[in-house]
Design a protein around this ligand. Sequence first.
Ligand code: GLU
Length: 501
Amino acid sequence: MGEVRLRFAPSPTGYLHLGGARTALYNWLWARSQGGKFVVRVEDTDQERSTAESTRVVLESMHWLGLDWDEGPEYRADDGRTLGGGDCGPYYQMERLGIYAQYAERLIRAGQAYRCYATKEEIAAEREAHQASGSKAGFRFESPWRDKHGEPDRPHVVRMKAPREGKTGWLDRVRGRIDVPNETLQDVILLRSDGVPLYNFGVVVDDLTMGITLVARGDDHIVNTPIQILLYEALGEAAPEYAHLSMILGPDGQKLSKRHAAVGVLDYREHGYLPDGVVNYLARLGWSHGDQEIFTRGELIEKFSWDHVGKTGARYDAKKFLHVQGQHLRMLPNADIAMHSKPFLEGKGVQVDANDVRLVDAIEHVKTRACTLDEIANDVEYFFKEITEYEAKGRRKFLTPERAPYLEKLSQLVDGVASFEAGALEAAVLAWLEADGLAMKDVAQPARVALTGRTRSPGLYDVMVLLGKDEVLKRLKDGADVARTPVEDAVSGADAGAPGA
Ligand code: GLU
């Protein structure tokens, strides 16, 4: 057996969306599990819609997901590494026109394709006549050039000479046996008059010349597969295997779209998702391995197989996606989370060294609740940044004039505590509450709002230790000052009052 070779063939007309990313992933997983090669080919023949920017975004998305290609377009990663290149290039279809011309010629010579000189008007007239005849059968253009020759110099397209009898089929790795009667097939155009191939021809020539052994792609291409298999036969070559993947659906059962989820893979990067979490979730969206949900990349490579890819569309579930993210986040050491969170903190105006022990410690306290890097940054930002605004509800409810003395008393206790650590702080606070007949709830939430600006945070004493004594004293004082100031009548609550103003 020769080398196993898979490919992903994006059309660079937009983002790499989740469906495309999953197709790329399954191909990549299979290539890696079989010790084969993963090839990327850019199908840029739709010149009006293809852009260099889209190619860059697709490649960047794949690189971010860790779906590195062994052969394909060249790409320079941030770390200076260059991906791509290879012996079967070029990997952009528009740079392969000479190759398509050669293969078209080969088919024409073998009597498997023909030059068709029919004009658009002629074809339209035939279509109208077909409609007028009231025939129920779908329209098929019967080219008068199927069995006769014209001069090669006149403008023409090249059409496939599709068989009219028999059937064409394959054993799909996901769908099982599929057979299609040939009488339903058209003499599809292979090459346009300007020499640009149409999809089916470009794909066959490229998959053949790139040595692809298995084609996994969306099931919207099932209609094209018989034509492609017939083209291999016409060329006297063996077709690859096929695996057709069902669509990803939205929660409402409709095709996944912008209405349901972020459009592009890079949007997830922006929201602080981890590539391993995205890869895990996408792998499970349409493939299963018992009821295991969480997989490392290595486990996916080891366990992925076409046998357990679903035949029906899997539904996107944003909550589950987030849960899987959280699991992957918690697999990381705190120091790594700190490093990956840094850009998100910077986005919130927080400058902190990724090695700062306070950051690493703060992460330990928030990571059980956070699922993404953005949530981590959000949950730790107040440790490193002055509070400029209190959560409106917390300010109204807990920073009230009658609570101000509690904050001041707490401040004195903190100042006087012999050793500034959680146990000693707790003991001091409990002794005071007991002596003054107060309950924890009288003090805890006002203090939390004063120290963090929020009503939810890690344990109060942990927060204090992370902030450090001076900062705690300052924030308690600011909180007490604000508490004494009446809340303005503003309905919005947005002007919840800033300390030290
Ligand atoms: N460029 C095609 C697409 O994006 C590739 C289809 C295929 O994999 O054959 O749909």
